[in-house]
Ligand binder design. Structure first.
Ligand code: HEM
Ligand code: HEM
Length: 167
């Protein structure tokens, strides 16, 4: 396989890794049960976080749509290119859904609809989307590790450690 070396831009890499931290923080401070939202300060801070998260994803998506060129080598099978694009696009879609469903829960809580089918359904969707993103991120990381074993420089295009040595 020809070894092209596409490097993502500094901004592209920064957005990618800053988002990993932001997502990690979102998971770390997750709501354990909806009654916690009785604390109005927590409710507001969750809503702010979800809006910031959403704006960040939108900015990143627009930037990547304009500037992103995959580091996958040009010989890559079409099916593999489609799979990579599918996983990347799905990640944006599902992460957006997590933020929007979170905002939905928060708004209902704020309006005092704290119980009932509507809020329980949105919480169910929120949790389902979270399980889905864990699967997508796992596939994404496994794919990155697979590329590292192939020495095709896809890993090094984004990841700042265990880089391939240039021969
Ligand atoms: C984008 C930001 C958000 C992230 C990353 C996030 C993340 C999570 C995670 C990881 C869980 C646990 C899922 C599970 O165990 O299956 C969760 C559950 C939940 N989140 Fe969020 N969330 C976000 C925004 C919000 C917002 C804005 C609200 C409401 C103000 C909210 C309310 C809830 C509730 C009520 C649950 C269910 C708790 C339960 O088990 O009863 N989330 N969220
Ligand atoms: C929260 C976790 C992560 C998310 C949501 C995520 C998401 C993405 C997305 C959407 C892309 C496509 C480019 C873009 O739009 O920025 C991408 C590229 C990439 N990611 Fe991640 N990523 C995560 C974690 C990781 C980790 C932990 C690794 C490696 C250990 C990794 C390795 C890569 C590589 C190598 C690329 C470039 C692929 C290419 O050039 O085609 N990512 N990531």
């Amino acid at each position: 396989m020809r070894q092209e070396r596409v490097q993502h831009s500094l901004l592209g890499k920064s957005l990618h890794w800053f988002f990993v931290l932001l997502f990690g923080y979102g998971v770390f401070k997750q709501i354990e049960n909806k009654e916690q939202l009785d604390d109005f300060g927590l409710l507001i801070s969750e809503m702010f976080f979800a809006v910031a998260f959403l704006l960040f994803i939108m900015f990143r998506f627009i930037y990547m749509k304009r500037r992103y060129k995959t580091a996958l080598p040009s010989e890559t099978l079409k099916i593999q290119l489609i799979a990579a694009k599918f996983v990347h696009s799905s990640m944006y879609f599902v992460l957006t859904g997590i933020a929007i469903s979170g905002l939905g829960i928060g708004t209902l809580y704020w309006l005092d609809y704290t119980d009932g089918l509507l809020i329980e359904t949105i919480i169910w969707v929120h949790e389902l989307l979270f399980s889905t993103i864990l699967w997508l991120i796992s596939i994404h990381i496994l794919a990155a590790i697979y590329h590292r074993t192939q020495h095709d420089f896809v890993w090094s295009s984004m990841v700042p450690f265990f880089k391939e040595k240039v021969k």
